[in-house]
Design a protein around this ligand. Structure first.
Ligand SMILES: Cc1cc2nc3c(=O)[nH]c(=O)nc-3n(C[C@H](O)[C@H](O)[C@H](O)COP(=O)(O)O)c2cc1C
Length: 343
């Protein structure tokens, strides 16, 4: 129990609302550059995520023509609402980026002030911006005024542990017309070390009226319920725990609705999900890039499986689509046979 808040979640149906959009539940896939491309977003949506935020798109218009940015802005066939994340430091450029993406079909614009990457922070974008509250307000207002679609914001709890200014940023966000606020329970200085804390998130939630989304280290259905219950937030956002386990959303949804845990998926189902995921990656990126992007996903799915390490070593040298699929197929065939023998 934090700050006197303890809201039971079991069976609760108040789904997340972002502007005019009611999400089907309170579970959101976190934006992850290099991971949450269209195939992965579609996969997580099909396995229970109520919203999947795209990888960030730079506000630097010089990059808009590149293959990478074009792919990041590709939402063909995606179920709405489509949320596109933008990042940058100049209010005018951010407003322009928001407009271009909204014109291109984004139904929600998400602003990234949560990313601690060096490349981002050196130019005072991402979480480095949290230090300059005036500039934060200017960026938020410029973006909100530039588009008709709802604008959301993603932040960390502050610059460092002495400068946890998420409550102030939350107020600025609300006054600027931001429609939902996602908070990763670490400071920028923490990078990814230590454990995410949720007290600051609960504090922000108790001070503002706009929906708040808790993020950081939510890895199991029990933890998801605990964070929802103890912070009173409107939704939770899951990043790394969905890598190689996109079914985590259906597991959490089931647990929140029933109080019971779903059994782990059978190896056969994992194989089928992975093979389809690989086919979609290959179709989206083409063979050369698709095979390379697929390697990290294969490695996440095979983590913890018998002989996974040796398998990863071999498959990472494969550079064509057909052989990659065949090797994955053979690896899982052996696991399926083993699972069936043990049953
Ligand atoms: C590989 C990777 C890429 C990320 N890229 C972004 C990004 O583009 N924008 C952003 O706001 N956060 C980004 N993040 C942060 C995540 O959205 C999330 O806040 C963080 O991973 C904590 O959540 P988790 O513990 O559930 O993973 C990234 C994280 C990872 C691991």
């Amino acid at each position: 129990m934090i700050g006197g808040l303890c809201v039971g979640t079991l069976g609760k149906q108040n789904n997340m609302q972002i502007g005019p959009y009611t999400l089907k539940n309170r579970l959101i896939l976190a934006p992850m550059a290099g991971v949450t491309d269209r195939p992965f977003r579609q996969l997580c949506r099909s396995l229970g995520a109520g919203l999947a935020v795209s990888e960030m798109v730079s506000s630097n218009s010089l990059l808009w023509g590149s293959d990478k940015t074009r792919r990041r802005a590709n939402h063909e066939g995606e179920v709405g609402p489509k949320s596109v994340q933008i990042m940058g430091t100049d209010p005018e450029m951010m407003a322009q980026a928001a407009k271009v993406n909204a014109d291109n079909g984004a139904q929600i614009i998400d602003i990234n002030m949560g990313c601690p990457a060096k490349k981002v922070c050196n130019v005072l974008a991402g979480s480095a911006l949290l230090k300059d509250e005036t500039l934060v307000g200017q960026i938020l207002e410029a973006v909100v005024n530039a588009v008709d679609v709802p604008v959301t914001l993603k932040i960390r709890t502050g610059w460092d542990r002495q400068g946890r200014n998420a409550p102030t940023i939350g107020k600025i966000a609300q006054e600027s017309g931001i429609q939902a606020l996602a908070i990763h329970g670490r400071t920028r200085a923490d990078q990814y070390t230590g454990e995410a804390e949720y007290d600051t998130i609960a504090d922000v939630k108790s001070r503002i009226r706009i929906p708040v989304i808790a993020n950081g280290d939510i890895t199991t259905p029990e933890k998801a319920k605990h964070v929802l219950d103890t912070t009173g937030v409107d939704a939770i956002m899951i990043g790394r725990a969905a890598q190689g386990r996109p079914w985590i959303f259906r597991e959490i949804e089931h647990y929140l609705n029933t109080g019971n845990k779903l059994p782990e998926p059978k190896v056969k189902e994992v194989r089928d999900i992975l093979l389809k995921h690989l086919q979609n990656l290959h179709a989206f990126y083409g063979e050369h890039t698709g095979v390379r992007v697929a390697r990290k996903h294969i490695s996440w799915y095979s983590k913890g499986q018998a002989h996974g390490a040796a398998f990863r070593k071999t498959i990472n040298n494969i550079d064509n689509f057909e052989s990659q699929l065949l090797m994955v197929h053979q690896f899982f065939e052996r696991l399926i046979a083993k699972e069936e023998m043990a049953a």
